[in-house]
Design a protein around this ligand. Structure first.
Ligand code: PLP
Length: 447
């Protein structure tokens, strides 16, 4: 389906999330995406079988290699991110693994931002380390010189997140892309939290985009998925000394996507199920509506939290006083996403009370659901980090992370309000900086 109207005008994002990529599969008369729940596909005769295994293969043979339902979703995501190709995988971790293992091998070096998802950090610093791939964390991510100082002759990839979690310490994508390109290295951006509705990293210099599609892209907390988008811009042919393995794949600027699909994803095998691809497609059809509403709700909630005496800080880049607001104006002008954290003055005890008191927020570790979710990182998602690492990242025991849903925002504020009222009852000095919680008397506990 064309990206433009007959008049020549380019269609808007909401129109394209419904129509881009649709129809090219050739399924007869179906308006919604059919689920091709078939492990393999028939060959009409000897010649067709031979063709499907040849270099010019354009049909389907086996679902780990290609599936019509999966293909349709890949086309749609590639179009929405502004890339030339997309590869759908079974999870976000699979997408990060396949993308980076398509660039890195034993003896290579990876440069990362200090603020990335814990699962990605562990993958790089533990699993990749065992394969002989070293990782360096940049010290000052807003400083080009700090990025440049992290490069080595064997550096082969740079990895960042567009909106890091939980503190919304946004990445200056153009700054990082310029340093990476000056070294002949591609920039890989995890765009899970922004989604292509709020930010398209390829427009800001990224070469490869990855997502956990389990979050906002699917949007309903029903499915795991991941995607890699090839920007089709990086000049691999000018850098073949660094990426000689890519010479095996089709020539030109799509060398990366071809290699990632045919050599890494197909062989490692983290294939998405066609049913999950269908659910993901359903989610994408309402992406802009959900993410706009969630961002608007998040801003309203963050603004309310900022005025609360129990709260010492709110890490949301949409707030005018936030240290990353200037970057948000550049990269996220239409909304700053739905995930942010706030810190309670009363520390862990206050966090425990608030988390246990919420009624509408769901206590869980997923993100990007249409429902609002809440979690306490230092006792859950970040439990493997040392106290020094947590302190360096500004993640304290009083910090709570929320993923804001599409509910009526007044109900969300009301829910946190009643949780804060309980906090006030149980720990009357919870609004005093550095205060230890006041233990409850037995009578109060009974009440
Ligand atoms: C930013 C980010 N990237 C990647 C992942 C991994 O995705 P998945 O859980 O789909 O494997 C997550 C999961 O939380 C994430 O938050």
């Amino acid at each position: 389906m064309s990206e433009t109207q007959r008049s020549g005008r380019r269609r808007g994002f909401t129109t394209r999330q419904l129509h881009d990529g649709a129809g090219a599969g050739g399924w007869p008369n179906a308006r919604a995406l059919p689920i091709y729940a078939s492990a393999g596909f028939t060959f009409a005769d000897f010649d067709e079988a031979e063709h499907r295994f040849g270099p010019e293969a354009d049909g389907y043979s086996y679902s780990r290699v290609g599936n019509p339902t999966v293909d349709a979703v890949e086309r749609r995501i590639a179009a929405l991110e502004g890339g030339t190709d997309a590869i759908l995988l079974g999870s976000g971790q699979a997408a990060v693994s396949v993308a980076l293992l398509s660039l890195l091998g034993t003896g290579d070096h990876l440069v990362i931002s200090p603020s990335i998802y814990e699962g990605s950090r562990g993958l790089f610093t533990e699993n990749f380390a065992r394969l002989g791939i070293e990782t360096t964390e940049v010290v000052e991510p807003l400083d080009a010189a700090s990025w440049a100082a992290s490069f080595r002759p064997n550096t082969r990839a740079v990895f960042v997140e567009s909106i890091p979690n939980p503190r919304n310490d946004l990445t200056d994508l153009r700054l990082v892309a310029d340093v990476a390109h000056a070294h002949g290295i591609p920039l890989v951006v995890d765009n899970t939290f922004a989604t292509p509705y709020l930010l398209r990293p390829i427009e800001h210099g990224a070469d490869i985009v990855v997502h956990s599609a389990s979050k906002f892209l699917s949007g309903h907390g029903t499915v795991l998925g991941g995607v890699i988008v090839d920007g089709g811009v990086f000049d691999w042919d000018a850098n073949t000394d660094r990426y000689p393995h890519l010479l095996e794949s089709a020539p030109g600027r799509t060398r990366f996507g071809g290699f990632a699909r045919n050599s890494v994803a197909m062989r490692l095998g983290p294939t998405p199920s066609p049913f999950n691809a269908f659910l993901l497609d359903q989610g994408i059809e309402t992406l802009s509506l959900r993410v706009q509403r969630q961002s608007d709700n998040a801003l309203a909630l963050a603004t309310w939290l900022e005025g609360r005496p129990e709260v010492s800080s709110v890490d949301y880049s949409g707030l005018p006083g936030n240290a990353y607001h200037r970057l948000a104006e550049t990269y996220l002008p239409h909304g700053q996403g739905a995930v942010f954290s706030f810190t309670l003055r009363g520390g862990r005890a206050a966090a425990r009370t608030v988390i246990d008191a919420v009624d509408l927020f769901t206590r869980m570790t997923n993100l990007g659901d249409v429902r609002s979710l809440i979690i306490h990182p230092t006792s859950t998602t970040h439990v493997q980090r040392t106290p020094e690492q947590l302190a360096a990242a500004g993640i304290t025991d009083g910090l709570i992370r929320v993923s804001v849903g599409i509910e009526d925002v007044d109900d969300l504020i009301d829910d946190l309000g009643q949780a804060f009222a309980r906090l006030e009852r149980e720990q009357p000095n919870a609004h005093v900086a550095g205060a230890e919680p006041t233990p409850l008397s037995l009578e109060e506990v009974a009440a």
